[in-house]
Design a protein around this ligand. Structure first.
Ligand code: INI
Length: 160
């Protein structure tokens, strides 16, 4: 058995990449923190500030519409999706989560762009704060760097 298979390691160099960030206003105190973390991570990893396009949408349910349009435009190498859905008393939470996640998943699986999913789906605000620089890391930063790593892998494979 050969152990010499090529290993394509992750690369999160954002220099020269054009990145679309779609962020929802619902639970804005949290989503602003997600956005700050995503922007910070991209700039720290070499992105130019004028290569970032931030597009606000009303709620997580609307993220897919804009993210898909951005992906299809051919103008972006990566798309970062940021939102925060907090469970309430009704089934609305489930429908919003499913709508957002299905749409983001469809875009991600097309392979045209790198996609980072930074949409929080949590039971309460405390869980959300734990994920924007608290004990569960920063999901805005993670989503941004994930999107970059996927683009770089597509490029290495010669698919983009
Ligand atoms: N949108 C969110 O982003 N987070 C939520 O917690 C949320 N809740 O709880 O309802 C939410 N709802 C709005 C939804 O995303 C759409 O904007 C709305 O249904 C209009 O299409």
């Amino acid at each position: 058995m050969s152990l010499d298979a090529p290993q394509l390691e992750g690369n999160v160099d954002a220099s020269g990449l054009s990145v679309g960030i779609v962020v929802s206003r619902f639970n804005e105190s949290i989503t602003r923190e997600l956005l700050k973390g995503a922007e910070r991570a991209l700039l720290e990893h070499g992105a130019a500030s004028d290569a970032l396009t931030v597009c606000w949408v009303p709620g997580a349910f609307e993220i897919g519409t804009i993210a898909q349009a951005m992906a299809e435009s051919g103008r972006f190498d990566a798309i970062v999706c940021l939102g925060c859905v907090i469970r309430g008393d009704t089934a609305h939470f489930d429908y919003v989560c499913r709508g957002a996640m299905d749409a983001i998943g469809r875009i991600a699986s097309r392979g045209d762009v790198g996609v980072g999913n930074g949409v929080l789906t949590v039971d309460n605000e405390e869980q959300a704060w734990e994920r924007v620089g608290g004990k569960h890391g920063h999901k805005g930063e993670e989503a941004a760097l994930t999107a970059i790593e996927v683009v770089r892998q597509l490029q290495r494979l010669g698919l983009k």
